[in-house]
Design a protein around this ligand. Structure first.
Ligand SMILES: [Zn+2]
Length: 384
């Protein structure tokens, strides 16, 4: 009896499947019919209506910080018994850095590692532990094309790349070979693809080794245009990280403005600039209805430089919204924000990056005034 009962249940379930399957096919066929509506217009031409899709929308916040430039008194402060630990330097800013969905940093001093000897100005080389601290603080990609890229030669570049590959960090701007250079860096967050490009104006007069142009990306508008066109085909958003401008100048040069305008006309969506070691304002550039967001200079984020705005940096952020509808895909940038930061130290010890508004607790006497001044400075060209 029990056996029969089971058989009965199994047969019933089977029959139910058959009925549901049939129903599904019927409904699908009906939907198919309603998707392709054939209409005949008055002039006799037949048009086929496009299939109806639901609207899809997602927003991602992308952020960037400026120069990570590790002078000797900074790495000496990070020294431990068996290496270095830079994580405490980010302990008061880490929560802020973890906020954006994607975060880029400019790794100004290369991570050639202690094995070839760490070094400071004018020929920098930093320990790998700098990279560990950045990863711990949420940095997703490091920009490595800058005027110090060739400071310690090919060996430092290859060591740095080897380190990044080992820990799974994305780098852009210096490369190990042509294939590496031709591989676009694309980060996907919540269904939005971001392509990252990185270029520098030069390498402090150190020539690029012959036949090894791939070691560092040098600014060349034709080459950049080519890569931007390639990136636009593969990504929703193109982000240019660029090392340019004049050191210690708080406003962009004519050349920076010209390059930004060109990049905007090629379709770059976001430009994160660095090199001047001080903050330069943010701006929207509009070319043929396409808007590009530019931060001319992000300043120093962590460095041994002090005073005259060299110890003030910040986190620039902007929202990127992708909308997919029947009429296509659109990208919209909105709500740029800037959170100023300050590098505090006590007699070249206890280096800490802190929010500028809290810097009063870290020895800066006029922190709230500075905070207001920096916000006004960064937003002076942005109509709020
Ligand atoms: Zn620089």
């Amino acid at each position: 009896m029990l056996k029969n009962k089971y058989l009965y249940i199994i047969l019933t379930i089977f029959a139910l499947f058959l009925i549901l399957g049939g129903l599904y096919q019927f409904v699908s066929a009906q939907n198919e019919q309603s998707k392709t509506v054939h209409t005949v217009t008055s002039n006799g031409t037949r048009t086929i209506a496009a299939p109806q899709y639901k609207t899809w929308q997602e927003t991602v916040t992308i952020g960037a910080i400026g120069d990570i430039l590790i002078h000797d008194w900074v790495y000496q402060d990070a020294q431990t018994e068996d290496g270095y630990d830079f994580k405490p330097m980010f302990q008061y800013i880490r929560d802020t850095l973890l906020q954006p969905d994607i975060l880029l940093a400019n790794q100004e001093s290369l991570l050639g590692g202690a094995e070839i000897g760490v070094s400071s100005y004018p020929s920098f080389n930093s320990p790998y532990e700098v990279g560990d601290a950045l990863i711990d603080s949420g940095v997703d990609i490091v920009s490595t094309a800058n005027n110090h890229t060739l400071d310690r030669g090919e060996k430092a570049i290859l060591n740095a790349i080897n380190y990044y590959e080992r820990v799974g960090q994305t780098y852009v701007g210096h490369y190990k070979d042509v294939e590496d250079q031709n591989t676009l860096r694309i980060i996907n967050k919540k269904g939005i693809n971001f392509a990252f490009l990185s270029y520098t104006y030069g390498t402090n007069g150190i020539p690029v080794p012959e036949g090894k142009d791939y070691l560092v990306n040098l600014i060349d508008l034709d080459k950049m245009k080519e890569e931007i066109i390639r990136a636009k085909k593969e990504a929703d958003v193109v982000v240019m990280s660029i090392h340019w401008g004049n050191e210690y100048q708080r406003v962009p040069s004519e050349e920076q403005k010209y390059i930004a305008q060109e990049l905007a006309s090629y379709g770059v969506d976001i430009i994160f600039g660095h090199h001047p070691h001080v903050l330069q304002p943010m701006e929207w550039i509009e070319v043929d209805g396409h808007k590009t967001f530019v931060v001319y200079s992000l300043g120093n984020f962590l460095s041994g430089q002090m005073w005259d705005y060299k110890d003030i940096g910040g986190v620039a952020e902007i929202n990127v919204t992708k909308t997919v509808t029947n009429s296509g895909v659109s990208i919209e940038l909105s709500e740029p924000t800037f959170l100023p930061t300050y590098v505090s130290n006590t007699n070249l010890h206890n280096y800490r990056v802190v929010p500028l508004q809290d810097a009063g607790n870290f020895g800066l006497s006029n922190a709230s005034e500075k905070q207001k001044e920096i916000i006004d400075h960064m937003f002076q060209w942005i109509v709020q």
